[in-house]
Design a binder for this molecule. Structure first.
Ligand code: ATP
Length: 307
């Protein structure tokens, strides 16, 4: 990382500007994020729909936790509560012991949104998007410094998107778009990273690369919370899982929590084969359980897991 000196030294602003410009927030050592504590969080949307009721989840760094549940279970709502994008009607979220707003102010929480949430026609380049991850380190004029440019460059390199830096974000494939938002989270250097369906629409190679990147981020001491519908990949990279269905039904280590019984509770399936909507768990060969999607396609195999 560069030394943080100004790449283009500018004259000091007039005294009257100084208060308005502000300074980039310094990150005190105490702002290290070693845990996430969601306690009894309930969220109701303005139309009255209660998307989460008394949801609790505790994670300690370093970890990768998979957030699992059917469409509409409340996974994105939980992310929004952790991000401070919705105000819980009840309960608390503490990030490294801090309130959400304080953790945000210190740039400790990074978010990789679902592709559907992004306006891809917005006239910004790939490097502009990744630079947004640095905004919290800049003053209000948002003039990038050498350290910011270096962080963007490194992040793009890390996700293999360095050759696309000047491309408009709408002119990328689905997998490339995911990489760009991962790079934004890397540039931000968030200690808690929330990823909403990072594997949606990406090929197998990209999925493996993303999983490897998440493992590396865990090794750097971060907390990674990732929602996914790809149940088959969960045992490959998640240390723990949280099963969501209007609340957090169960959370804990993958070996003890990612079970057929818990999946059946969360997905409305059954440990017996059945032709209903949602996920079905069916006995497979060699004592495996097969996780079947609504069309009967095999989404994954749960090997050596007890119900
Ligand atoms: N802005 C909103 N206003 C009203 N209801 C909403 C709003 N956003 C989400 N909901 C509802 O809240 C519930 C939870 O939605 P949420 O997006 O959190 O689910 P999810 O688990 O992330 O689903 P998916 O897997 O489809 O992304 C759903 O019933 C949804 O219709």
């Amino acid at each position: 990382m560069a030394d943080g000196s100004l790449a283009c030294p500018a004259a000091a602003p007039p005294a009257s500007w100084r208060g308005w410009l502000g300074t980039a927030p310094a990150i005190p050592a105490a702002a290290a994020v070693t845990d996430l504590a969601v306690e009894g969080v309930s969220v109701a949307y303005p139309n009255g729909h209660v998307a989460l009721r008394e949801a609790s989840l505790r994670l300690g760094a370093p970890t990768i936790c998979g957030l699992l549940g059917v469409n509409g279970a409340g996974k994105s709502t939980l992310f929004k509560a952790i991000m401070g994008m919705v105000r819980p009607a009840a309960g608390t979220v503490r990030i490294g012991g801090m309130a959400v707003r304080q953790a945000q102010k210190l740039n400790r929480v990074a978010y990789v949104p679902q592709s559907e949430e992004v306006d891809w026609d917005f006239p910004v380049s790939v490097s502009d998007v990744v630079m947004m991850g640095r905004y919290g380190y800049m003053n209000r004029l948002r003039i990038p410094r050498a350290a910011d440019r270096a962080a963007v460059e490194q992040a793009l390199l890390r996700v293999g998107m360095q050759d696309f830096a000047d491309r408009q974000i709408g002119q990328l494939s689905g997998g490339q778009k995911k990489r760009v938002f991962l790079a934004r989270a890397l540039a931000q250097d968030g200690r808690l990273i929330l990823l909403d369906e990072p594997f949606g629409g990406v090929d197998v190679t990209t999925q493996e690369q993303i999983m490897q990147l998440l493992r590396e981020l865990r090794e750097e001491g971060r907390i990674i919370l990732v929602s996914t519908h790809d149940l088959g990949s969960v045992p490959l990279f998640c240390d723990s899982v949280a099963l969501v269905k209007g609340t957090v039904l169960a959370a804990g280590p993958t070996e003890t929590t990612f079970t057929t019984a818990n999946l059946a509770r969360a997905f409305g399936g059954s440990t017996q084969p059945q032709a209903s909507g949602g996920v079905t768990l069916a006995p497979g060969p060699d004592g495996q359980s097969l996780v079947l999607g609504a069309d009967g396609q095999v989404l994954g195999r749960l090997q050596a897991l007890e119900g």
